[in-house]
Design a protein. Structure first.
Length: 384
């Protein structure tokens, strides 16, 4: 029982892996992170970290560094495709909703992991994972083999660890693709997340890095398949054409896009099994989600804290079973809520008119009530 002196190998140096590495190391584990990239880095993306994720960062002792690296969102504002306000949901009193460049969050977590004594091996690509009765064998691309006391799979959508637990996934294309871009932030853009909703598409924008950058994520429905993955180059002219019917500031923003990325959105099942003797998965390896509730990073942070806390308190088998029991129902609920959000943003015709009228009424009478439906999400504290 307990983590003091235990050898743990974490596969993946993203948000999930680095957060888990620090959480485990702070409780006494000897942690090694295997990251296949030649450097810990992430470019060209913004993140929203809601209070449930922020509480984990605070509990990891990284709150001050994270606050310095991120901004705070004052509200979520829903607008129609013409740019007219439909509903403004103020965030005051609900905890800190952070707006952060993914690279800046990664940098905070990497420094935190190294300061906790974590060893990070770069250029370390896992070729295969084999499960046994007493743990896992990890075969590396350079021919080496590892047999860690505990293997944590934080290796994302294309995990080498997850298929050994649940078999190969068969994700389903949602009929949606997402564009993402960063532009210099125009003057006067408020520190809030704005969502522009149109028939079959929506666009989200918010400022980063002290208002110097504007993060744009734009989702459209289309019949043709686009490759899954975050790093496929898109065509700015195609992005502008897809949202040419949008008004307000959107045209100006898209006119400033010089480089964009495009990825297909796929629905993955939440893993039915998250652990085996000496092995556990977390983050996107366990529960990939669509990006319509801004919870991918937050779920990974919650997973990391929960896994470390339970491993420190119980024997391994009981801890891993308790970890899955604690996390799987919540992550399934979040994934389902994110999927529902996509439908709500893309309404057409009479359904859109009725829905927007109801939201405008809420805007006048009780703007906090709509966000209150997600108190179960944002108010949760896995560190309590």
């Amino acid at each position: 029982m307990g983590l003091n002196g235990r050898d743990v190998t974490v596969v993946g140096g993203g948000v999930a892996g680095l957060a888990a590495a620090r959480a485990l190391a702070l409780r006494g584990a000897r942690v090694t992170v295997l990251e296949q990239a030649p450097a810990i880095s992430e470019v060209g993306a913004g993140l929203q970290v809601s209070p449930n994720g922020g509480r984990v960062i605070e509990a990891l002792g990284l709150g001050e560094a994270f606050r310095a690296a991120s901004g705070e969102s004052a509200a979520v504002v829903l607008r129609d495709a013409a740019g007219r306000r439909v509903l403004r949901m103020p965030l005051a009193g609900r905890g800190r909703f952070a707006l952060v460049h993914r690279a800046d969050l990664i940098a905070v977590l990497e420094r935190g992991a190294r300061e906790a004594g974590v060893t990070i091996e770069l250029g370390a690509r896992v070729e295969a994972v084999t499960l046994g009765e007493r743990g896992a064998t990890v075969r590396m691309a350079d021919g080496g083999e590892l047999r860690p006391a505990l293997l944590v799979g934080a290796d994302g959508l294309h995990s080498r660890v997850r298929p050994e637990l649940v078999g190969e996934a068969r994700p389903r294309f949602t009929g949606q693709v997402a564009w993402r871009a960063l532009i210099p932030c125009p003057e006067g853009v408020a520190a809030e997340a704005q969502v522009f909703m149109g028939p079959g598409r929506h666009l989200v924008a918010y400022p980063l890095r002290g208002g110097t950058l504007l993060n744009i994520v734009a989702v459209e429905e289309r019949a043709e398949w686009a490759e899954e993955g975050w790093h496929n180059a898109g065509d700015p002219e195609e992005m502008r054409a897809a949202f040419r019917a949008f008004g307000g500031p959107v045209r100006e923003w898209l006119g400033a896009v010089e480089r964009c990325m495009l990825w297909g959105l796929f629905r993955h099942p939440v893993a039915g099994r998250w652990h085996a003797p000496g092995v556990a998965i977390l983050g996107d390896a366990a529960h990939p989600t669509l990006p319509f509730l801004a919870q991918g990073a937050c779920m990974a942070l919650e997973d990391a804290w929960t896994l470390a806390a339970l491993l420190d308190a119980r024997a391994d088998d009981a801890a891993l079973a308790a970890y899955q029991a604690a996390r799987r129902p919540r992550t399934r609920r979040i994934v389902e809520a994110a999927t529902a959000n996509a439908r709500n943003y893309h309404l057409r015709g009479a359904r859109a008119a009725v829905a927007h009228a109801a939201l405008r009424a809420a805007d006048r009478l009780a703007p906090g009530a709509v966000l209150g439906r997600f108190d179960w999400l944002y108010g949760h504290d896995v560190t309590a």
